[in-house]
Write a protein that binds this ligand. Structure first.
Ligand code: NAD
Length: 499
């Protein structure tokens, strides 16, 4: 009888889970031409898990050529919709069937708790493929309302070769938010996973092959950003880049497009999302819980993390006491332990970056209310305490810059206008949350917040049916929902004169 609540169960699985270390190009597993590799490291121990093929210009070129050939042959793009649908449904079922294996790989590779990979990342990935598979035969083209002697059709066509470049915080899910709509629309895809977390992308390639996705339609080129990522961004035969990652790298992809073939570039970038608690908050306990999980789940490595908390003065003290108690209980632990509320930070560089912000917060005069230290260092892993700063000024680097770690800033406010002004005072515009029992205020404030996603009386809720993405320097275009299909299709107008 297996006990999935038992650390020993997951450790045993982790000790024997097979690892794929080669690139997957044109249906073949291949080393890089020069034999170069990079190490992927377990953040829970600091030890290398495996050496992975490091792709560069040559491998990316081969993958793009395979994707183009497959696209032109029409093996996928022109396959009957029923075939594409059945194939993606099979892929969803295979992901479900291999949920434990994929969850363990993701947890080993990037340090997030097994409870999250089992409870969210992998099931949500399977749902994403199933949902877009189901959409394939439900999207209709259009006929324009022209005069009687004309038939003008507006049809969607796949763009061709899509390059997907993704980060390490939700490795498989972020990739799948690109892959599922791109494949559903009939494109070929070359995926570049983050160098910190290539393992699930490589396993996905195997499952995609088993599901029946034809050779060349889906390729995976693991490698460093400045090598494989740049090669995809600059490639003259890539039609579209779907990117998730930092704003700085997103800007580079726009440059790459300008320097090469003006490929379209869709960006899901950074965030510094405000979370506002009004004094008529309908449920302080739930709001405090949401404020804590909004920044401390996934170790704070979430683009939509509610990293800036604003609390109305009259409930400030009561709310902070509750929040502090919840946060204190969210200490990090072994990511393979189902009871760990937080896991390990993805790598040493990211841990050092977060700690440098903790130092900056102290130096800039914010009051450290909770945490701020590395813990469990004997394990060799990169564990940080949940950390809370109370801030008097908005002009602090910990309030203005994305930290991407378990660090929350808290500021008090008096009026609605003040809360809105502080919330919008950011170069980012990804998520925003507010808690109020006043229906009018919930609509009014939601409209005023400059963000792609607004949550009222919850935080970070959502599913595949709704668009996901940001405004300002948080990016352009949307993942999820039927709107994502727009990114991977071109509209063609055909004007037929009925002579
Ligand atoms: P990153 O920008 O460093 O890397 C993202 C991807 O880009 C990786 O695959 C990386 O190898 C590649 N890359 C890096 N440098 C490159 C270069 N010079 N040329 C081409 N490719 C390059 O981001 P990260 O540290 O992996 O992820 C964290 C960031 O991702 C945060 O800013 C976070 O907010 C953002 N993110 C955004 C969303 C969203 O939906 N908006 C979701 C998750 C993460």
């Amino acid at each position: 009888m297996k006990d999935m609540q038992d650390l020993a169960y997951w450790k045993e699985l982790a000790s024997r889970v097979p690892l794929r270390t080669k690139a997957y190009i044109d249906g073949e597993w291949t080393d890089s031409v020069d034999g170069h590799t990079f190490d992927t490291v377990n953040p829970a121990t600091g030890r290398t898990i495996a050496a992975i093929a490091a792709c560069g210009v040559v491998e990316v070129d081969r993958a793009v050529a395979a994707a183009r050939r497959a696209f032109q042959e029409g093996v996928w793009a022109h396959a009957p919709r029923s075939v594409r649908k059945a194939t993606l449904l099979r892929l969803a079922a295979l992901i479900e069937a291999h949920q434990e294996e994929l969850a363990v790989l993701e947890t080993l590779d990037m340090g997030k708790p097994i409870s999250e990979t089992m409870g969210y990342d992998i099931p949500e990935t399977a749902r994403t493929y199933a949902w877009y598979a189901e959409a394939i035969d439900k999207i209709y083209d259009e006929i324009a309302p022209t005069g009687p002697n004309v038939l003008a059709t507006i049809t969607r066509e796949p763009v061709g070769v899509v390059g997907a470049v993704v980060p390490w915080n939700y490795p498989l899910l972020m990739a799948s938010w690109k892959l599922a709509p791109a494949l559903a629309a009939g494109n070929s895809v070359v995926l570049k996973p983050a160098e910190q977390s290539p393992l699930t992308a490589l396993r996905l390639a195997e499952l995609a092959e088993e599901a029946g996705i034809p050779k060349g339609v889906f390729n995976v080129v693991p490698g460093l950003g400045a090598a494989a990522g740049q090669a995809l961004g600059l490639h003259p035969d890539v039609d579209c880049i779907a990117f998730t990652g930092s704003t700085a790298t997103g800007k580079r992809f726009l440059q790459y497009a300008g320097e090469s073939n003006l490929k379209r570039v869709w960006l899901e970038c950074g965030g510094k999302s405000p979370h506002i608690i009004f004094d008529d908050c309908p449920d302080v306990d739930r709001a405090a819980q949401a404020a804590a999980t909004g920044i401390f789940s996934n170790q704070g490595e979430i683009c939509i993390a509610g990293s800036r908390l604003y609390i109305q003065s009259s409930i400030y003290d009561r709310f902070m006491d509750r929040l502090e108690a919840i946060a204190m209980a969210m200490q990090p632990g072994d990511p393979l332990d189902p009871r760990s509320p937080m896991g390990a930070i993805v790598d040493a560089a990211q841990m050092d970056r977060v700690l440098s912000y903790v130092r900056a917060g102290k130096e800039e005069g914010a009051r450290l209310r909770l945490g701020g230290d590395r813990v469990l260092a004997d394990s060799g892993g990169y564990y940080l305490q949940p950390t809370i700063f109370e801030c008097q000024s908005q002009n602090l680097s910990i309030i203005r810059e994305e930290i991407f770690g378990p660090v929350l800033t808290v500021t008090r406010f008096d009026t609605e206008a003040e809360a809105i002004r502080m919330a919008n005072d950011s170069p980012y515009g990804l998520g925003a949350g507010l808690w109020t029992a006043n229906v009018s205020r919930s609509h009014r404030v939601s409209r005023m917040l400059k963000a792609g996603l607004v949550w009222v009386n919850c935080y970070m809720d959502g599913d595949v049916t709704v668009p996901f993405g940001g405004v300002k320097q948080s990016g352009s275009g949307r993942d999820k929902s039927l709107h994502a299909i727009d990114k991977y299709t071109d509209l063609k107008t055909t004007w037929i004169n009925l002579i």
